[in-house]
Design a protein around this ligand. Structure first.
Ligand code: AHZ
Length: 324
């Protein structure tokens, strides 16, 4: 395989008045684009460059320390905190949509501005998202600025992998002891288009991602920390609250309480308080609006502080689990 190296000086990226300099000034002379060329490539090279990496990633993340279900504002915030603090952990995020970000591309309805109540602005400081300070709350000029920034920061971590257009359609479970208790040991995945069309086709079996810390016979490897699942699939909807709905069937003695009406003042703190480890089935944590759906909390509508902070709180509990 041959590789052609093109060196681009970063100083050339600064566009100045007068003679226009740009990143391709050495390639494109003056105003003449007529002899512009890209470096040569075979079509099969492109195919192999993508597929080999994808399948290497599937191989690498077949066992993961942290599996995050859903790449909305709460899931991405949690991923940022975990990856930043523990570069040694393998963190994988499964997102059913093609585009990660969940509901955080807009502030509310079709409005651009994103509101965060203090102290959630400290997370904006951490990821360098600018905002207007309105006293008790801050405003990011476009929700997409928050979402694209957190997403790009998270994607830069070498210990993070996002599989989008992929849905979690079940949990892997194992007995936790002799008392009938169950622990989650991984997630069952499929291409989202397959998950959505199971009724219209002959059976297409899924794939799995397993949590770290188990032996070949499914028993715990007590010499290693076991992995955990953080579910952040949002409130109830066609895909939403997936794990909440599934887990109450698995542990058999609980029910999904359902999200209550909108109450900004109570909802945000409550979501943060109730996010974290789930007591009924081992190895499972919740954050974001899935916590509200699971525990019967109010919704907050278009204020996003609780999404960032509940993700941080769940991440904090997960980090404690790995450091104990
Ligand atoms: O596509 C979903 C979205 O990106 C993804 N998801 C859901 N089910 C999944 C599954 N497998 C894989 N089975 C799945 N991915 O999860 C993401 C959830 O993002 P979200 O933005 O809906 O949830 P969040 O809790 O992070 O943020 C909620 C934002 C809201 S809703 C609300 C209100 O209704 O009052 N207020 C706020 C701030």
């Amino acid at each position: 395989m041959s590789t052609t190296q093109t060196t681009i000086e970063t100083s050339q990226l600064n566009l100045t008045g007068g003679t226009i300099r740009h990143a391709l000034s050495d390639v494109v002379k003056a105003d003449d684009w007529s002899d512009f060329k890209f470096t040569p490539i075979r079509e099969s090279t492109v195919s192999r460059a993508m597929t080999s990496r994808y399948f290497q990633d599937m191989d690498k993340y077949a066992v993961a320390d942290v599996i995050i279900i859903g790449a909305g504002s709460s899931g991405l915030s949690a991923a940022y905190v975990i990856c930043k603090n523990r570069p040694d952990l393998k963190v994988v995020c499964i997102e059913s949509n093609v585009s990660p970000g969940g509901g955080a591309w807009l502030g509310g309805q079709l409005f651009s501005a994103m509101i965060m109540r203090k102290p959630a602005h400290l997370f904006l400081d951490e990821v360098n998202v600018p905002y207007e300070d309105e006293g008790d709350y801050v405003v990011v000029k476009h929700a997409a600025l928050f979402t694209s920034t957190v997403l790009s920061e998270v994607l830069k971590f070498p210990n993070f992998k996002l599989f989008n257009a992929t849905a979690v359609e079940d949990l892997v479970t194992r007995p936790a002891g002799d008392n009938g208790e169950v622990t989650a040991a991984g997630v069952v995945t499929n291409w989202t288009l397959v998950t959505m069309n199971h009724d219209n086709q002959s059976c297409m079996d899924p794939n799995v991602i397993e949590l770290a810390g188990y032996q070949n016979d499914g028993s715990r490897d007590t010499s290693a920390k076991h992995g955990v699942i953080l579910s952040t699939t949002g409130h109830d909807g066609p895909f939403g609250a997936f794990t909440a709905k599934r887990i109450v069937q698995i542990d058999g003695n609980q029910k999904v309480a359902g999200m209550k009406g909108l109450d900004m003042n109570h909802a945000e703190a409550a979501v943060v308080k109730f996010s974290g480890e789930y007591k009924g089935v081992g190895n499972v944590y919740f954050a974001g609006m899935e916590s509200a759906t699971l525990h019967g909390l109010n919704r907050m509508g278009p204020t996003f502080g609780a999404m960032a902070v509940s993700g941080i709180k769940a991440a904090d509990e997960i980090l404690k689990h790995f450091s104990e």
